[in-house]
Design a binder for this molecule. Structure first.
Ligand SMILES: Nc1ncnc2c1ncn2[C@@H]1O[C@H](COP(=O)(O)OP(=O)(O)O)[C@@H](O)[C@H]1O
Ligand SMILES: [Mg+2]
Length: 251
């Protein structure tokens, strides 16, 4: 039996002669919070983009839930249960938090809401979904606030909420705390930890306290390849990891 929800084999991406991703064999076990860390430029976001379909790998393959998705477009990946956190720019700043979630529940094509066949009962279903997510991400008190009036940290939480609207099996989060104030980080930490109980989460994150406290498994990347993998305690004490990060600060 295979209990990996996601597996890559020899995954690589070149930009001209430069290998942003060398040859990555990543395995993500179902039901875990699996975090990818590594110094700047290690290839974490490139890996993420290959997984979500924003970039086509130059080599290798991606299997998700038993299917080969290496060359599938992003929307097909979403349909099979993969979801990523949205960019802030995809929030509708002038719409309420609840409306943003309703549109996400309705599907990636928000404009379908304007179509004449969008029935009241569908609308009710999507509102119900929005309310359920509001509870899960603890934004119920701000349901009627314009997204644009939320703090930066709350906007990031809302983005995570939007990625939950399609009931994904695998949730991909690229630096969900980036730009967040230090006071908001525990909120995101608790949220991801909660989500980890119902979804498989692949996280890219640089906040080490968050990473070490909630990850089941950590993959350390360096120069486009996997350097070390293990549980937080194994990774924390690894000399190779320290050296990779020292190289970053020394450059
Ligand atoms: N579009 C691109 N063209 C050329 N090089 C790129 C491009 N995108 C990223 N890179 C390079 O690929 C490497 C990995 O980048 P990235 O995956 O963003 O790293 P990380 O997310 O780990 O900081 C970096 O050296 C970066 O400069
Ligand atoms: Mg990055």
């Amino acid at each position: 039996m295979n209990d990996y929800i996601l597996e890559t084999q020899n995954l690589g991406l070149r930009y001209g002669a430069f290998a942003a991703l060398g040859s990555v064999d990543l395995k993500i076990r179902k039901g875990t919070i699996h975090t990818v860390i590594g110094p700047n430029g290690a290839g974490k976001t490139t890996l993420f983009h290959c997984l979500t379909g924003e970039r086509t790998p130059s080599s290798g393959s991606i299997r998700f839930a038993g299917k080969d998705l290496t060359r599938q477009p992003p929307h097909k990946r979403v349909a099979t249960g993969m979801s990523r956190s949205f960019q802030i720019t995809s929030l509708f700043q002038n719409l309420s938090v609840r409306e943003n979630l309703r549109l996400a529940a309705q599907g990636r094509d928000g404009l379908a809401a304007l179509a004449f066949w969008y029935s009241d009962s569908q609308r009710q279903q999507h509102l119900q979904k929005a309310d359920e997510i509001l509870e899960r991400v603890k934004l119920t008190a701000l349901a009627n606030t314009c997204a644009g009036d939320l703090s930066h940290g709350q906007q990031r939480v809302l983005e995570v909420g939007m990625s939950l609207c399609g009931d994904p099996e695998l949730l991909l989060l690229d630096e969900p705390t980036s730009g967040m104030g230090i006071d908001d980080i525990p909120i995101m930490t608790d949220l991801i930890s909660e989500l980890g109980k119902q979804h498989t989460v692949m996280l890219i994150e640089h906040n080490m306290r968050l990473v070490m406290s909630i990850s089941d498994q950590i993959t350390v990347m360096h120069q486009g390849n996997i350097l070390v993998e293990g549980e937080p305690d194994q990774v924390r004490g690894d000399e190779r990891v320290k050296k990779a990060y020292l190289g970053e600060s020394g450059s």
